[in-house]
Design a protein around this ligand. Structure first.
Ligand code: AMP
Length: 378
């Protein structure tokens, strides 16, 4: 059942409900406030990064239907910064208020297998893959795809969690036993030249606006640095943008979509993952674009016209992760031209994203490797 009762575009003072209290919700809420909206965050975490900058917050578990019901009644539209809401909670929310992006898109992005089937069905290439439900299927998947290969959970994986690289000589059975929940998916190992992502917004009128593709470099499976724009041939960038727009169109998305891709050594593009929400690889847009990914997200969800996603500068974004990076915060704050963004998290656990900084360069002047290293070295 689709809920009625909310008129779009949302007028000033309307309340946008955000499921999830992390930094993506925080930066979405800041963008929403600039557009005259109030945000109400739903998160199990007390004092979450998003709740610190929101009008209202509900602290409850995603399985607490009484709290979800009350939350839905108190907002005009519901969106997400965290897509792994249990299916029955999602159904409840959808029955009460418009949910943007729609629940079908969220369900798809919660499940790698469904996501890959969908992408391949609409003509988008991915790494070769096979579903793995038991030991026999693992054997036949390895026979088909060869080694090395990457064994992944199909649900609840992020930042490299829930996956294992299988190399010749490894014991695949022990990786299979450790990864939960089942089923798993085995993917052929992509010897990529680089990883890129494209973030596109699609409004309720079907208009699509995409940010330029960016290159993403990871450290210990966590995004470390984003280069905007990706230093790749124009034809590759155009193809990447076209693919992201095609996916948004086929999903009938209302909201924001991040599409992560591998660029192979021969220059072809394979989609790794999609996420229907703001994405870490889009944080550079806050400082280098006329409207950020967060503003586009809020515009799409509120039924406003989308902003022009153009860039007034080149940018390097560096994530601040864990206690090591927080230790150099005073130096970052004292370095000219670095634009810091902190997420309000008090405890810097290893691997936890605490903030990021952006360094801008005149448009067309993104430096080469040595310059990039110098730009982010503290
Ligand atoms: P994911 O959790 O799918 O986003 O994967 C996290 C990271 O693992 C990616 O950003 C890649 O660096 C690496 N990775 C994932 N899948 C593959 C693959 N099939 N081949 C090679 N590297 C991969």
């Amino acid at each position: 059942m689709i809920a009625a009762g909310t008129a779009f575009p949302l007028g000033p003072g309307s309340v946008i409900g955000i499921i999830g209290g992390g930094q993506l919700g925080r930066m979405s809420a800041i963008a929403a406030a600039r557009l005259g909206y109030k945000c109400h965050v739903f998160s199990p975490e007390p004092d979450s990064p998003a709740s610190q900058v929101c009008y209202l917050s509900t602290i409850a578990d995603y399985t607490d239907h009484v709290a979800l019901h009350r939350f839905a009644e108190a907002v005009d539209v519901i969106t997400f910064e965290f897509e792994n809401v249990p299916a029955d909670g999602l159904e409840l929310l959808t029955s009460l208020k418009p949910v943007r992006p729609g629940p079908a898109i969220l369900r798809l992005s919660q499940d790698r297998l469904q996501e890959k089937r969908f992408l391949n069905d609409i003509g988008i290439a991915s790494a070769p893959w096979a579903e793995v439900r038991d030991a026999a299927e693992l054997d036949s998947a390895i026979a088909e795809l060869g080694l090395p290969a990457v064994l992944k959970t199909t649900r609840l994986g992020y930042d490299g969690k829930g996956q294992a690289v299988l190399r010749p000589g490894d014991d695949p059975a022990s990786a299979f036993a450790q990864l939960q929940p089942k089923p798993l998916v085995l993917e052929g190992f992509v010897d990529f030249a680089c990883e890129i992502s494209v973030i596109v917004a699609r409004g309720e009128d079907g208009h699509i606006a995409g940010f330029e593709p960016v290159e993403n470099r990871h450290k210990h499976h966590i995004l470390d640095v984003t280069l905007a724009p990706a230093p790749l041939p124009l034809a590759t960038l155009a193809e990447a943008s076209k693919m992201a727009c095609h996916i948004a169109e086929k999903l009938e998305l209302i909201g924001l979509l991040a599409v992560e891709m591998f660029v192979t050594r021969t220059g072809s593009l394979l989609v790794n993952e999609i996420a229907p929400r703001p994405h870490n690889s889009g944080h550079w847009t806050i400082d280098a674009c006329f409207a950020s990914q967060f503003e586009q997200h809020i515009r799409a969800v509120a039924g406003l016209p989308l902003a022009t996603p153009s860039r007034h500068a080149d940018a390097v974004m560096k994530n601040l992760v864990g206690p090591e990076d927080m230790a150099i915060l005073p130096a970052i704050l004292a370095t000219p031209y670095l634009i810091p963004h902190l997420y309000g998290k008090t405890e810097a656990r290893p691997g936890r994203k605490m903030g990021h900084f952006t360094r801008l360069f005149p448009k067309g002047s993104l430096p080469g490797e040595f310059g990039i290293e110098a730009a982010i070295k503290i």
